[in-house]
Design a protein around this ligand. Structure first.
Ligand SMILES: Nc1ncnc2c1ncn2[C@@H]1O[C@H](COP(=O)(O)OP(=O)(O)OP(=O)(O)O)[C@@H](O)[C@H]1O
Length: 408
């Protein structure tokens, strides 16, 4: 024990000297780099503070260095001492230990690295699942507008809270009800005597005996004061809500009698002011509108949406990952991808809810060009703020106090 203690102390003294030398070198380097900064010459007060902080850091480093070294050395010396004592008692047992111990340590290390790998994979999966769940819940309107609830269930593993949301029974059933054959669907929409207030604010009437007809293959624009209920009209057409009273009709049929997945997934294309993209590739984002679409269909939709040129300009083309919520794209580029996503399902009715109002003049021009192409031959409802958006409309309706007050 005496020899062991002596050796330990010797090592500690020796290595703390090394530690001090390292600390002194660090101090010199840090001071030198500090002096190179102009601020050190101009702001004496700041320099003083920095020097004090640096000195305190170095002291802390020295003491923790000493501690680590002394503890490490003590363990090493003790292990060696144990082996020497063991050898004196039984050389055979010591030999056995020397053979078995490294095997055990090796096996433990292997097992540990295997577990670390599994844990990393599990963490990656949790991160992915959380991302999907976050997007699916945050972008719930976009998911609904494309009738993609079933697909977004791929985020199941992201926790109990998500299960709670999934267990909620939708007040409006997603499937069941009739479908109009595509060859006889004209796309005429009638809002008949609609009154509506949001379920969360029952006392606040948004629409009052609202009447509007969207004739087949015509473009109708709604303008009016902010908060007047324009977007609410679009929400009722998409059946995000049902009217409190009155009927929304498609080709003369009450939309409540029609299959909701078909209505949202195949009949209505919805493009809003802030296009919401998913953190996957451009190809996947456009294909979200029609999961079974071929690559050629995706490219064709992108061409119609004025997006093909800028997409092929990216090094990874259609495989470019757009980042969380499309963060790596400009507003105009996001909007054109959203247009391609809506067009790929070849909708009979297109709803544009202030689709260009968040764009600058140049982006608006290319997006408007895409929209003009996209709207031809379709029934279109435009909700607009800017005059440029509604110039091509066949009918302009002015909304006030929850109903149409003027038609031009
Ligand atoms: N989910 C909701 N729950 C409760 N109230 C809502 C909801 N969405 C909108 N509203 C309210 O309904 C009213 C009409 O909103 P809406 O978005 O339809 O107006 P808007 O004419 O499209 O407005 P803007 O031109 O500013 O977009 C507003 O008073 C708004 O606060």
């Amino acid at each position: 024990c005496f020899v062991q203690g002596l050796v330990t102390s010797g090592y500690i003294i020796l290595l703390s000297r090394v530690g001090e030398r390292v600390a002194a070198d660090m101090r010199k380097t840090l001071f030198a780099s500090l002096l190179r900064q102009d601020v050190a010459f101009f702001d004496a007060n700041k320099t003083g503070q920095l020097v004090n902080r640096l000195t305190a850091d170095i002291q802390e480093f020295k003491s923790s260095f000493k501690l680590v070294i002394s503890q490490g050395l003590r363990s090493i010396t003790q292990t060696v001492g144990c082996f020497v004592s063991l050898y004196i008692i039984s050389p055979k047992l010591t030999g056995l230990t020397v053979v078995v111990l490294p095997c055990l340590v090796g096996a433990g290390a292997l097992f540990g690295s295997f577990l670390r790998k599994l844990s990393r994979l599990a963490q990656d999966q949790v991160a992915k699942a959380t991302g999907v769940a976050d997007e699916a819940l945050g972008n719930v309107r976009t998911v609904k507008a494309f009738a993609m609830e079933e697909r977004e269930l791929q985020g199941l593993s992201s926790g109990a809270r998500v299960f709670e949301y999934l267990a909620l029974v939708p007040t409006i059933p997603l499937s069941g009800g009739g479908r109009i054959p595509s060859n006889s669907l004209t796309g005429r929409v009638d809002f008949m005597n609609i009154s509506f207030s949001y379920p969360t604010r029952p006392g606040h009437q948004i629409l009052t005996r609202f009447n509007l007809t969207l004739p087949p293959s015509k473009t109708v624009a709604i303008v009016g004061e902010s908060g007047g209920g324009k977007s609410t009209v679009a929400s009722l057409l998409e059946r995000f809500y049902d009217p409190t009273s009155g009927i929304v009709m498609l080709d003369g049929l009450d939309i409540r009698t029609l299959d909701l997945s078909w209505l949202r997934g195949q009949v209505i294309g919805f493009i809003n002011q802030e296009p919401v993209l998913f953190g996957s590739s451009i190809m996947d984002n456009i294909r979200f509108g029609k999961p079974e679409a071929t690559d050629a269909e995706v490219i064709n939709a992108a061409k119609q949406a004025n997006a093909h040129l800028f997409i092929t300009g990216f090094p990874d083309g259609y495989n470019t990952v757009v980042g969380e919520r499309g963060a790596t794209l400009s507003g105009g580029q996001k909007q054109r991808i959203a247009i391609a996503r809506a067009l790929i399902k070849n909708p009979c009715i297109l709803v544009l809810d202030e689709a260009t109002s968040a764009l600058d003049a140049e982006s608006e021009r290319v997006v408007q060009e895409a929209l003009d192409r996209a709207t031809s031959g379709r029934t279109v409802l435009i909700i607009a703020h800017r005059l440029s958006t509604i110039q091509g409309a066949d009918l302009i309706c002015v909304m006030s106090n929850g109903c149409i007050v003027e038609v031009k």
